[in-house]
Design a protein around this ligand. Sequence first.
Ligand code: LLP
Length: 418
Amino acid sequence: MDNFEYLNGSLNCEEVPLSRIANEVGTPTYVYSRDALERAYLAYAEALKGRDALVCYAVKANSNIGVLNILARLGAGFDIVSLGELERVLRAGGDPAKVVFSGVAKKADEIKRALEVGIHCFNLESDAELDRVNAVAAEMGQTARISFRVNPDVDAKTHPYISTGLKENKFGIDIDSALDVYRRAAALENVEVVGIDCHIGSQLTELSPFLDALDRLLVLIDQLADEGIKLKHLDLGGGLGVCYTDEVPPTPAEYIEAISERLGDRELGLVFEPGRSIAANAGVMLTRVEFLKQTGEKNFAIIDGAMNDLIRPSLYGAYQEIVPVELREEGETKTWDLVGPVCETGDFLGKDRELNLQANDLLAVCSAGAYGFVMASNYNTRGRPAEVIVDDNKFVVVRERERVSDLMRGEHLLPKDA
Ligand code: LLP
């Protein structure tokens, strides 16, 4: 975790005690460190200095407009997958000319809006999507810049749900048919072929799958050049892993250096779409212990954060560290399952954790800055948590906690006479 440290037995984010945030904003609450976000982004930007390159933060990892604003101010680009994400980027002051649009099924209205604001590139995933983008651009009298997401058929060696670069996955265009699709695109009136992209999976902790994918893409890039289709950029997607427990993933600098070596003297701009490696370790989710319940079998700590607030443990069996906000000297360490109030056995944030707990304690679920709040739901009609950004010794609520009235917005009773 970056910028979350104990000071006199109390866990701080930058210079703000997390207990202060919990007392003023309540729990569960996501807390992000501005400085950690900035440093994680700059690790990419600085390693790419002097190159024709774009770091397009993957908005899906954490789309709070406060977070996007911090990155936009540093000049970041953005990788989006929906109209909603595009509007967030614009609202946060992001430059549309630095936006790439990913995703397997862009709708006509999404394409239209992206063309209107002048995004950098559409990352297309199928023949059919090519036709749709060409048709919408033609209607608008425009030319859309496009890239194809190629599926290189490499094993990212990560969780199957977040592995995307294998033949059996729904993503991208099979590398063996890519040449034909590029030829077809080159002949269309309203698209300009500018790039190639791939994204093989998330939470990769080794370089070799990235480099295998790159090698396959380079063969294709050279074949295309021989046919007169000269690409301007190569987009390697996101995927760089982070440390949740004891993983030691490559740094952005190591990753970028290894890629640069492989590129040789090809004149290709580079695009990256990092999400997790920018946001994950910049955030925690704060939660409070409601009750301790000890059965003959198990010790349960029932906390106020649940699977609807942070679904990664339930969905992927993901492990995220859970630490006390205030260290306690007296008392006894026991083994606890940390479970939420949702009516499902799968509602846990951690199992078999050694902690010295009492009711009312505050806990921080670590590495929760990416794929945390964004995957939260209203299951059990629970309002989603508040979000806070800490900046030195100050903090700002960048998203208010949802109220029950928010949860029924847009719902209707049947008419009285029905
Ligand atoms: N680009 C594309 C096209 C993607 O599909 C993704 C993530 C990224 C970039 C960003 O990847 P990252 O740098 O964050 O690895 N909910 C899962 C992760 C799903 C990732 C989906 N795609 C989790 O909580 O682990």
